[in-house]
Write a protein that binds this ligand. Structure first.
Ligand code: GLU
Length: 318
């Protein structure tokens, strides 16, 4: 059987089975909890699950509540990392953040004090992503936020992406821990700008509203090493996509990144809103959402559905 025929068969099979798989995985929503430490996020429904899978021509397979809107939260960190790399190059970025998983919680400040030189361990934990926000080129936070939003819109091929002001405000009002992280970073010489300005940028990019289709579209560009296969245009240098995918594999699913690599085996990033962005390299971009989270902070139903799909089609890279 030729490669194209096999691809077509997979696509057909996906279309036929996605609804039943979503229904099965949806049962896992009852095992999780919707994030509430950002009060606005607690309004999300507990029992939904949605998915969108996009191929290189932009065809989609969708299932469940795929039209549900949610904020990017930590998924945005993948793309601010890429923009910071495009703005500053690799050497400058990795003088401010490290390259290793922490084994600590996403909002931990433990190692900032314990391990010299007091820079965040990687760009996907909160401390690292706050440091990355400070590296985005722009004359002040307003311009930095505008550039980030333009970049996200460009990669998602969606000019309507906007910041959800309610979520932004809710996080800004309650982010005592992130504020303390940022002050710590400022003390350690990691941030050049004022703490409030950097946090303004960070909360803004976490608060961009998306759907599963936006995630799938953004993931598609990563799946094709920075070339958008639909517009046939290079959006991101290959090296920077390689860096992003490496971090997604080693740290993208919080402290369950090893477990996710075992069961799904694809580069992925999740966020506390319940979104997961992942991809089948060279083939599909995938976006999923299920706001009920497990204790590690990942969507219970989303992870279950991705495990089912990966095992059914042998998608693991390992
Ligand atoms: N804005 C969230 C925070 O800083 C992002 C966390 C996440 O999605 O992991 O707490």
């Amino acid at each position: 059987m030729g490669y194209n025929q096999q691809q077509e068969d997979t696509w057909k099979h996906l279309n036929e089975h996605i609804s039943e798989w979503v229904e099965e995985s949806k049962q896992h929503t009852s095992k999780g909890l919707v994030a509430s430490y950002i009060p606005e996020l607690a309004n999300a429904p507990q029992d939904i699950l949605g998915i969108c899978i996009m191929d290189a021509s932009g065809n989609t397979v969708v299932g469940g509540e795929f039209e549900f809107r949610f904020t990017l939260q930590s998924i945005s960190k993948v793309f601010t990392l890429i923009l910071a790399l495009m703005d500053n190059g690799e050497d400058k970025v990795f003088s401010k953040v490290g390259m290793e998983p922490t084994g600590d919680n996403f909002n931990s400040m433990l190692k900032l004090e314990l391990v010299e030189p007091g820079i965040p361990f990687n760009p996907l934990i909160n401390a690292g992503a706050i440091a990355i926000s400070s590296l985005i080129v722009g004359n002040g936070p307003k311009e930095q936020i505008e550039r980030i939003l333009l970049f996200f819109r460009e990669i998602a091929d969606n000019p309507t992406l906007e910041i959800n002001q309610d979520v932004f405000q809710s996080e800004s009002d309650t982010a005592h821990r992130n504020r303390s992280l940022a002050y710590f970073l400022k003390h350690n010489g990691v941030l050049d700008q004022a703490v409030d300005d950097v946090l303004n940028v960070y909360f803004s990019h976490c608060s961009v509203d998306v759907t599963c289709k936006d995630l799938a579209r953004m993931a598609l560009v990563l799946a094709h090493d920075g070339i958008d296969p639909i517009r046939n245009q290079r959006m991101i240098p290959r090296r920077f996509v390689q860096i992003a995918k490496t971090f997604m594999t080693t740290c993208g699913m919080y402290n369950a990144s090893g477990e996710f690599a075992m069961h799904v085996g694809l580069p992925a990033k999740s966020g506390v809103s319940g979104g997961i962005l992942t991809m089948v390299p060279g083939r599909y971009g995938i976006g999923a959402v299920g706001p009920a989270l497990n204790r590690k902070g990942n969507s219970t139903a989303g992870v279950d559905l991705l495990s089912t799909l990966s095992q059914a089609y042998d998608w693991s890279l390992f």
